[in-house]
Ligand binder design. Sequence first.
Ligand code: FDP
Length: 366
Amino acid sequence: MSEDTVTTTGATRPGSSLATGGGALTTLEQFIIERQSDIPGSTGQFSRLVRDISLAAKIVDRDVRKAGLVDIFGDSGKINVQGEIQKKLDVLAHDEFVRALRRGGEVCLIGSEEHEEAIPLKIDDCQGKYIVLFDPLDGSSNVDVNVSIGTIFSIYKVPEDHNGEVTVEHALQPGRNQVAAGYVVYGSSTMLVYTTGKGVNGFTLDPSIGEFLLSHPNIRTPEYGKMYSINEGNYNSWDDGLKRYIKWMQVEDTNSTPPRPYTTRYIGSFVADFHRNLLKGGIYIYPANTRNPNGKLRLMYEANPLAFIVEQAGGCASTGDSRILDVVPHALHQRTPIYIGSASMVKMSEAFLRGEQSGSGENGVA
Ligand code: FDP
């Protein structure tokens, strides 16, 4: 077996990455089947569901790669429920995911960031036992300029005590109830990263064979990071604790762990910023501000799934004062402030927000 071989059980040698020749390759499908028992009471529906999601991701990937050649750049002429202009690719990605989930039959109800109402799927009187919430194309304001974008998904079980029709109320579960969550980043390569609550694994799409292959087994995020991702143009509308935290990260201190100043990296595409910080260490912040008093990102489509992933990778996700996964939702499209990434950075940001750190002492620590 070569140094970088990924085995069919998902086990890899240290430092391994995608096996490119000679060694065994693990496809996403094989991996899911082998890990099916991770989901209590699993009957194979979950495996089929992830397969459907990955198929939709491949179709969206194909469309994203063609954008610019065919007429799918630009606005669709519609406004979504968030009051934002929908891009043609937003609409297309939404349609592809709904189609794949409808065809699969494992899902009773869908919630999409691009659709105001929850979408019930009445297949065989709803034998499906899952609810899927997703953001079909996150960061879509970057579509026209070739910047990485993504899809985020979150999977819940239909509560066992439900009677009859599955409604939006059944979808309004706290993020800690998720049975799985993941994202696809359409970047320099296309990756699908997901968790079922037993660690985080990443798969890279090999376009030559049309398969997602295990490339990043058991992802762990660094406890300390150096990168912070925030739209600093909103500085004047932030709370004082946040302003002090950002300034603290800019103070030079070669003795701190890691040494400061830190580095700003902000793509403005949540999935892409999150993915980089997950692998390299860092924090992504979209706080409440005067324009967005509840923050900008959506709890159910963006914050919860990535919070589940980051916690499974050893990081943290907070609203600024409490754990994202414990927020009890009241609406499908509700927003939340978010501080997500390396555990030490999220904890430090919370200390600044609580006023326990002011950044005013020696080297900015106090
Ligand atoms: P977009 O509006 O392009 O869809 O949640 C949406 C999101 O992008 C995130 O992906 C991104 O991080 C954030 O909004 C960017 O918001 P700002 O332009 O306000 O920085």
